[in-house]
Design a protein around this ligand. Structure first.
Ligand code: SAM
Length: 327
């Protein structure tokens, strides 16, 4: 079975947020003020997540990314990975801030995780502390080292650039990719922050990142799948490492979007910027049969938004912020 929306896009990727809790408070994502996390019983249980994952795989989902909040703060994530690997998910990855990675890397590998993305927004420990509001720089670096020493290598490292904060580190990040032989990806800042500080001026466009790196180390584009979020580049001088540019704001890729998202509290989101969540948890907990869930998912996916409209006049950011959606 396959899932299509009304614009003919096939949906093959599912991002599953397994928790809305996070041990970091990145300035471009969460507020410094305490946030209202969901109560534990509002979050989908592991058996509920397994049942839904099974249904989605039956509907043609081939790629699953586990995210959060911070996925490694929820006990049992390895068991869930084992389950997903066992039901034949072809591409199984996780996005983590890396804080708990060094100690969990082997377990994640054993469980069957295929790939890992680690978020790192500064190579300067002081700036790292300002951005994440933690002192975890060394721990995250150990997490990257641990992952690079396994078959997770080359790991993807994701940085969100915010002008005035870390935009001056573009070349340093590129050098980091070359030295470590890893995939350094730059993500444009999106209007999904809790404090609603996003503005176009604070966002560093991907083209600027490209020009700066290309001026120092010429880049050669690597072909990529249309539905992939990143434009990929290698270094022309043959150095190891790769650069990825993810430009959801300035070069939206909605036309080829193949993703839907399941939030930790069981809402299905057909776009990061959806105005509405669709309540799958309510259906699940009302004892719906698998067939009823399949029909519901098909109907919701059919209505997937054509695009995110960030660049249109009157754009209103979604009611949920990144930590509650799952990046
Ligand atoms: N805790 C994990 C982590 O740090 O990777 C997973 C969840 S986090 C919400 C997923 C990704 O979303 C991270 O790479 C983070 O940098 C990114 N993100 C969060 N807020 C963002 C924003 N306003 N714009 C762009 N990316 C954002």
């Amino acid at each position: 079975m396959t899932l299509y929306d009304k614009f003919g896009r096939q949906i093959t990727d599912l991002r599953i947020s397994v928790t809305d809790r996070c041990n970091f408070r990145c300035v471009y994502c969460r507020s410094a003020d305490p946030e209202n996390y969901h109560e534990h019983d509002e979050i989908l249980s592991w058996p509920e997540l397994e049942r839904l994952a099974h249904i989605f795989v039956g509907l043609g989902i081939r790629k699953v990314r586990i995210t959060g909040g911070e996925p490694l703060v929820r006990d049992g994530v390895e068991k869930f990975i084992r389950y997903l690997d066992g039901i034949g998910v072809r591409d199984l990855s996780m996005t983590t801030n890396g804080h708990l990675l060094a100690e969990r890397c082997d377990k994640l590998l054993e469980a069957g995780l295929h790939r890992i993305n680690i978020s790192l927004d500064s190579l300067d420990p002081i700036k790292f502390e300002k951005i994440t509001r933690t002192r975890s720089y060394d721990t995250v670096m150990r997490g990257i080292d641990a992952a690079q020493a396994t078959r997770f290598s080359p790991v993807k490292v994701n940085a969100v650039l915010v002008r005035g904060f870390n935009e001056d580190e573009v070349e340093a990040f590129a050098a980091f990719a070359r030295e470590r032989g890893l995939i350094m990806r730059f993500i444009e800042f999106m209007p999904l922050d809790a404090d609603r500080h996003w503005s176009r001026e604070l966002m560093v466009p991907a083209v600027e990142v490209y020009e700066r790196i290309h001026a120092q180390w010429p880049l050669v584009q690597i072909p990529h799948e249309k539905s992939e979020t990143a434009k990929k580049y290698r270094f022309a001088d043959g150095a190891p490492g790769e650069i990825g540019l993810i430009a959801p704001v300035t070069q939206a890729f909605c036309g080829h979007c193949s993703r839907v998202r399941l939030t930790a509290d069981g809402k299905l989101r057909t776009c990061l910027f959806s105005k509405e969540d669709r309540d799958l948890r309510a259906l699940l907990r009302a004892d719906a049969s698998d067939e009823e869930i399949v029909e519901w998912v098909r109907a919701v996916v059919n209505e997937k938004e054509e695009g995110h409209r960030i660049n249109e006049p009157g754009f209103v950011p979604p009611s949920r912020t990144m930590v509650f959606i799952g990046g």
